[in-house]
Ligand binder design. Structure first.
Ligand SMILES: [Cu+2]
Length: 245
């Protein structure tokens, strides 16, 4: 996960634009105009996704027989202390307050449009790197925002699959990822999931299941009581605590 390009599953990006600060419509079109590019989403339907915290998954269609659309997401980054075990507190960084972040769902051919908000109450720059997109570090360079800023990016989800997204600020990628800033984006085939014979596979419920590791400092680790250790890997890096003065 930490060397994300080595693990990239692929997916060509058709359009990846960003503007900061931005509102969804006011920010993107000027960026395209500046680059002399046509807006490939002109005329497409826009829908607003309602994200939920894992293990729940946002409401979605299993089969989408309609035309590709623009799926608009908004996520706010929260830096906060989280109690991960009795007497063990982690200075967490989160997408929308949950660890992992919300599972995003679109269909192949849709455009993902995300507004990423870094509230001024935070202390660090953040961004988002989609492994379902290529170019510009999956959007990371385009969405790097300081506290008090926001950015909107849009890209076409051209390959189906389950992909990770994570924060990737320069020089701080491992730290932010193991402090909670990762999640999943699910790009479903428009015709739905199929078995080897081509039969449609349907499901009654969807859950987010995956490995999600938190790393804590050695000093914190030592304070854990015997028999009450949370399911974490051994600490590999310090976990500084920052606070606003
Ligand atoms: Cu971050």
């Amino acid at each position: 996960m930490l060397t994300r390009r080595n693990a990239l599953l692929g997916g060509a990006i058709a359009a990846l634009v960003a503007a900061a600060p931005a509102s969804a419509e006011e920010g993107l079109t000027p960026a395209l105009n500046t680059l002399g590019l046509a807006d490939q989403t002109a005329g497409l339907q826009h829908v607003t996704a309602q994200l939920v915290a894992p293990p729940a998954v946002m409401e979605h269609q299993q089969v989408d027989t309609g035309a590709p659309k623009v799926v608009e997401f908004t996520m706010s980054i929260e830096e906060k202390k989280v109690v991960v075990d009795e007497g063990v507190t982690l200075q967490a960084m989160t997408f929308n307050g949950s660890m992992p972040g919300p599972t995003m769902v679109v269909h192949e051919g849709d455009y993902v449009q995300l507004t990423l908000i870094n509230p001024e109450t935070n202390t660090m720059p953040h961004n988002i790197d989609f492994h379902s997109a290529t170019g510009a570090l999956g959007g990371a360079q385009l969405t790097l925002v300081n506290p008090g800023e926001q950015a909107t990016l849009r890209f076409k989800a051209t390959r189906a699959g389950a992909f990770v997204y994570h924060c990737a600020p320069p020089g701080m990628i491992p730290w932010h990822v193991v402090s909670g800033m990762s999640g999943t984006i699910l790009v479903l085939p428009r015709e739905g999931l199929r078995d080897e014979a081509g039969n449609l596979i349907t499901y009654d419920r969807a859950y987010t299941i995956g490995e999600f590791d938190l790393y804590i400092s050695t000093s914190t680790f030592r304070r854990m009581r015997t028999g009450s250790m949370p399911t974490m890997k051994a600490p590999a890096m310090p976990m500084p605590t920052r606070s606003r003065s």
